[in-house]
Every structure is written in C-alpha cells, then in structure tokens.
Design a protein around this ligand. Structure first.
Ligand code: HEM
Ligand code: HEM
Length: 194
C-alpha cells in the first residue's frame, strides 16, 4: 500500500474516533429504551391477565388498568417519537449496509412502529367494546369512539392477540439483528442507539 494511502486511512480513522459515532438524538434514544421497558411491563401484564388470571377481582382489575394505561402511554410516546423522527432522521451506519440489508431493517422498523400504534388502539377499542371504559391510571377517563358492543368485542380482542404474536416475531428478528450488527458485522448500529 503506498504511503499516502496508509496515511489517508489512518487519518480517516482518527477523524471518526475524534468525531465519535453519530448517534440517534438523546430524545430518540430515551424514547427507544423507555419504550423497551414499558413493552416489557405491558407484555408481562398482558400474559398474566390472559393466561394466569388472578382470583382476587380487585387485584385483577388493577393489573388490567396498569396494562391498559401503560399501553396508551406507549401509543402517545410512539406518536411523539414519529413526529420527532420526521425532523431528525437516523444517523448513517458505519460501515454502510448493503442495500438489501438496509431495506430489511427499514421494513422491520416500519412494522414495529405500526404495531406500537395499532396494538394499543385495538386493545383500547376491545376494552370499551367489552363494556369497560378506561380511567387512565385511575386519574381521568379516556373517551372512546365506541361503547359496549359484544358483537365486535371478540374481533377486536383477536386483533389485539394477533398483533401480540406479530410483535413477538418482529422482536425475534430485531434484537438478534442488533447483536449481529454489533458483534458479527462490527458496525456502529447499536452504539448509535446507546
Ligand atoms: C403496546 C401496547 C400493548 C401491548 C404490547 C399489549 C400486549 C398484550 C398481550 C401480550 C396480551 C396477552 C395476549 C392477548 O390476550 O391478547 C394482552 C391482553 C390484553 N390487552 Fe393488551 N397490550 C397493549 C395495549 C393495550 C391497551 C391500550 C389496552 C386497553 C386499553 C389493552 C387491553 C388488553 C386486554 C383487555 C387484554 C386481555 C385479553 C383481551 O380481552 O383481549 N392492551 N395485551
Ligand atoms: C420492545 C422492544 C423493542 C422495540 C419495540 C424496538 C423498536 C425499535 C424501533 C421502532 C426502531 C427504529 C428506530 C428509528 O429508526 O426510528 C429501533 C431501532 C433500534 N433498536 Fe430497537 N426495539 C426494541 C428492543 C431493542 C433491543 C433489546 C435492542 C438491543 C439489543 C434494540 C436495538 C436497536 C437498535 C440498535 C436500533 C437502531 C437500528 C438502526 O438504526 O438501524 N432494540 N427499535
């Protein structure tokens, strides 16, 4: 390798080190990791109330309320996140991804956003259709466009359930992909989100 090229490579690396990895904005990173924690809580409670229903009625209703209120919180945070993202696009990945991989990643993120928006809406409509209006963490009621309707309630619950499976599948791709980028491809994808 000619000397000038070696020097250029070294200087590029030094520049990158000095500049540091271009990360997502602090707000985008905070919203990503807060959402991860909230999803962990909501999914745990969802599985608890569905498959291990507590006998104590008051306790059960409290679990439902925390599940549902936190789901609405995720909906609001996701809306904020998407508005913020419109003005603050993700930083580039170094080294860049092949176009095919970039497309798959993009589709995974778009689908995750779609689920983060539709899942709480389906759950909220289902709850109201079953005849249980939501008091957000017991603080104030959230108005619903639909009231009790036992014909559509099971359909909405099934949509909510189906989306839970979709979310699980998307995360089974998303999380190993983040680790693949970091440990196998050794690019800065994960560091941009930390
Ligand atoms: C991102 C937000 C949410 C996630 C990840 C989530 C996840 C889950 C999961 C994994 C279950 C157990 C599987 C099932 O039975 O469907 C569940 C059940 C349930 N969720 Fe959610 N949920 C979310 C938001 C909401 C919201 C906002 C409400 C209502 C306001 C809600 C109401 C329910 C109800 C009532 C059940 C019991 C089963 C049913 O009747 O559908 N969920 N949820
Ligand atoms: C509930 C779990 C999770 C959800 C719902 C979720 C959702 C998302 C979404 C929607 C994006 C796209 C961000 C954007 O470009 O606007 C994203 C990016 C990212 N997530 Fe997650 N995530 C979750 C868990 C994780 C975990 C556990 C990790 C790490 C092991 C992780 C690592 C990343 C990384 C590195 C990016 C940036 C990807 C890129 O820019 O190409 N995520 N996540």
């Amino acid at each position: 390798m000619p000397f000038s090229e070696t020097a250029r490579t070294a200087s590029l690396a030094a520049t990158r080190r000095a500049a540091g990895t271009a990360r997502y904005t602090a707000l985008a990173r905070a919203l990503h990791w807060i959402t991860v924690l909230l999803i962990l809580l909501v999914a745990t409670l969802g599985i608890w109330i569905t498959f291990f229903e507590p006998a104590d009625q008051a306790f059960k209703l409290r679990l439902y309320n925390i599940h549902e209120s936190t789901g609405i919180l995720i909906l609001v945070l996701t809306a904020v996140r998407l508005l913020w993202r419109a003005g603050h696009p993700p930083p580039p990945i170094t080294p860049p991804l092949p176009p095919m991989l970039a497309l798959v990643a993009h589709l995974n993120h778009a689908a995750l956003y779609a689920v983060l928006l539709t899942m709480p809406i389906a759950g909220f409509l289902a709850t109201n259709a079953w005849g249980f209006p939501l008091e957000w963490y017991g603080l104030f009621p959230i108005p619903s466009p639909i009231g009790k309707d036992e014909a559509i309630a099971p359909i909405l619950s099934n949509i909510h359930f189906g989306l839970a499976i979709v979310l699980g599948v998307l995360l089974l791709a998303h999380i190993p992909a983040a680790l693949f980028h970091h440990f196998v491809r050794k690019d800065d994808t994960l560091r941009r989100m930390l």
